[in-house]
Design a protein around this ligand. Structure first.
Ligand code: CUA
Length: 339
């Protein structure tokens, strides 16, 4: 009871918190802000238009028939003459649907080809997206940056186009990477590398979600794409490239952290913590959320998460390390210093 209340509170906090910082509406594919999302949007509108036309024709004929040929008092009670077969009608209801399917199929194929065959410019920002149960790892191979759950990319403008080329891989089961305002869903499949690209033309935070059922916390495998001006992006890159801050004021807390099992699963650059099962923590404080977008990254939430990750995100791979309250304080203190 207590923990479900806490989760409800956390979710509420997330909603409140989301509105604070220029977050674009969740899962809204009707406001595309990148070229691949435009393609999806255009095909969807064509489909909707054709389906609407069919609905109007069928619904209209049905209504007309019901009204025009309704039973009247003066009607002859005997069954009217029955008509069997009409070549003209049968040809029409075969040919018209075939043509509609053909048009929709070709429009879809064209959109797929447009997105898939796009040549990546030489200066495209390369990002490897790795789906894990239940979080996202983002690696920038050319920049030497590893982060989690929040993908930073530069804004693309007509004067300075910027494409982020994504390679999608899975560390375990099938996932799907979907940020509706930026691109179509792309499956993330073990043993297969898929690709997608985005060229966002609006700044701010775009929300997405894993779109392929991948286990208990599938719904909490959230994505944030943070689109920044080129200057802001460069600043973020420069900060992420640095080794984790070695603030002498937290030396004792750092020693405690490094003495615990945390380091078997997490990396903190410039320390002996080199684990790769969990998210890289080198610049944890540069991220706005914890638990792959579940809760805002505050000291309180961080402490609650480390104290009992299972109470917040049941089934996730981080165990309850049974830390005592001094250890908890120290770990939170150290992690909070990782800007
Ligand atoms: Cu990952 Cu659903």
């Amino acid at each position: 009871m207590n923990s479900s209340l806490r989760i409800a509170g956390a979710l509420f906090a997330t909603v409140e918190f989301s509105f604070g910082q220029n977050v674009h509406s969740v899962a809204n594919m009707f406001r595309p802000q990148a070229t691949p999302a435009d393609s999806v949007y255009n095909v969807s509108m064509l489909m909707l238009a054709i389906c609407a036309a069919i609905f109007v024709v069928v619904g209209g004929l049905l209504t007309f028939t019901i009204v025009r040929f309704r039973r009247r008092k003066a009607d002859d009670p005997r069954e009217p003459a029955q008509v069997y077969g009409s070549n003209r009608i049968e040809i029409a209801w075969t040919v018209i649907p075939v043509l509609i399917v053909l048009v929709l199929g070709m429009a879809t194929a064209r959109a797929v080809v447009e997105v898939q065959d796009k040549r990546m410019p030489a200066d495209a920002l390369k990002v490897t997206v790795i789906g894990h149960q239940w979080w996202w790892e983002f690696r920038y191979p050319d920049l030497g940056i590893v982060t989690a759950n929040e993908l930073h990319v530069p804004l693309s403008t007509a004067a300075k186009p910027a494409v982020a080329a994504l390679r999608l891989e899975s560390a375990d089961v099938a996932h799907s990477f979907w940020v509706p305002q930026l691109a179509g869903k792309t499956d993330v499949i073990p043993g297969i590398t898929n690709t997608m690209w985005i060229d966002p033309r609006q700044q701010g935070t775009f929300l997405g979600n894993c779109a392929e059922y991948c286990g208990m916390q599938h719904a909490n495998m959230l994505i944030r794409v943070i689109v920044e001006s080129p200057a802001e992006f460069e600043r973020w890159v420069a900060e992420q490239k640095l080794d984790a801050t070695a603030d002498p004021r937290v030396a004792a807390a750092r020693a405690t952290f490094l003495s615990l099992n945390c380091i078997n699963c997490h990396t903190v650059s410039g320390t002996e913590a080199k684990g790769t099962f969990g998210p890289d923590l080198s610049h944890l404080m540069s991220r706005t959320t914890l638990g792959s977008g579940m809760i805002p990254n505050t000291q309180e939430n961080l402490r609650a998460w480390i104290k009992d990750p299972q109470a917040i995100k049941r089934g996730n791979l981080m165990p309850n390390l049974q830390l005592n309250s001094r250890e908890l304080d120290e770990v939170v203190k150290y992690l909070s210093s990782l800007k």
